[in-house]
Design a protein around this ligand. Structure first.
Ligand SMILES: CC(C)(COP(=O)(O)OP(=O)(O)OC[C@H]1O[C@@H](n2cnc3c(N)ncnc32)[C@H](O)[C@@H]1OP(=O)(O)O)[C@@H](O)C(=O)NCCC(=O)NCCS
Length: 172
């Protein structure tokens, strides 16, 4: 099954910095799961990705370099807001702008008609927090003991999407 057609990427989005950007497919899951387990102490189980790819409101992307999945992002769209639920980059491809590319696709891509983005991040995850701050995200709250392995608070961060306003209106 492929991702919902309404979130299909536009042609010009497909290649950037040697990493292509594409919708995530079920066939990507073996590679995605290897990255997920390398990145998180409490990784998503496979069924969480399957559920996402089966959901019409899920926005998913993988980046690829020479055919190999280098990173991915999963978000859930609710009205004009996207909740970025998961973003990760393979340790082999870090500091190459992959996460920034995935995030800018959400914040500036013209095919996703959201006006704001929100996410949760571990308070000790300084690389991710630095990435989000550099993209204009600002903290708006805290979820005490939100994470496990280890137990830790989440910082809730949000920013406006830079998608042209007319797209938001067209969606209604
Ligand atoms: C956080 C993560 C997604 C960043 O991916 P990445 O592709 O290496 O990030 P980018 O190359 O796009 O970096 C963009 C910016 O983020 C910040 N950043 C990324 N990694 C950083 C690090 N290790 N230390 C400090 N800042 C970092 C920097 O500001 C960087 O810009 P710069 O390279 O010009 O200094 C990656 O480290 C990762 O997958 N971590 C494990 C999973 C995770 O924590 N996901 C986020 C959950 S909320």
């Amino acid at each position: 099954m492929s991702v919902p057609e309404r979130f299909a990427p536009q042609e010009e989005e497909n290649e950037s910095g040697g990493h292509s950007l594409e919708p995530m497919h079920f066939s990507d899951l073996p590679e995605v799961l290897v990255i997920e387990r390398a990145c998180f102490s409490d990784p998503w189980p496979e069924f969480a990705f399957v559920q996402g790819l089966s959901c019409a409101d899920c926005y998913s992307r993988v980046t690829r370099k020479n055919g190999q999945v280098s990173g991915y992002l999963i978000g859930y769209v609710s009205s004009l807001e996207i909740h970025i639920a998961n973003v990760a980059v393979s340790p082999a491809f870090r500091r190459q702008g992959v996460a920034r590319r995935l995030m800018l696709d959400v914040l500036e891509g013209t095919n996703l008609r959201c006006t704001s983005a929100v996410l949760d991040v571990r308070e000790s995850n300084h690389p991710a927090i630095r990435l989000y701050l550099s993209l204009g995200f600002r903290p708006i709250g805290r979820r005490p003991r939100y994470y496990r392995h280890p137990v830790e608070d989440a910082i809730v961060m949000t920013t406006k999407c830079r998608t042209p306003r007319k797209n938001a209106r067209e969606r209604d």
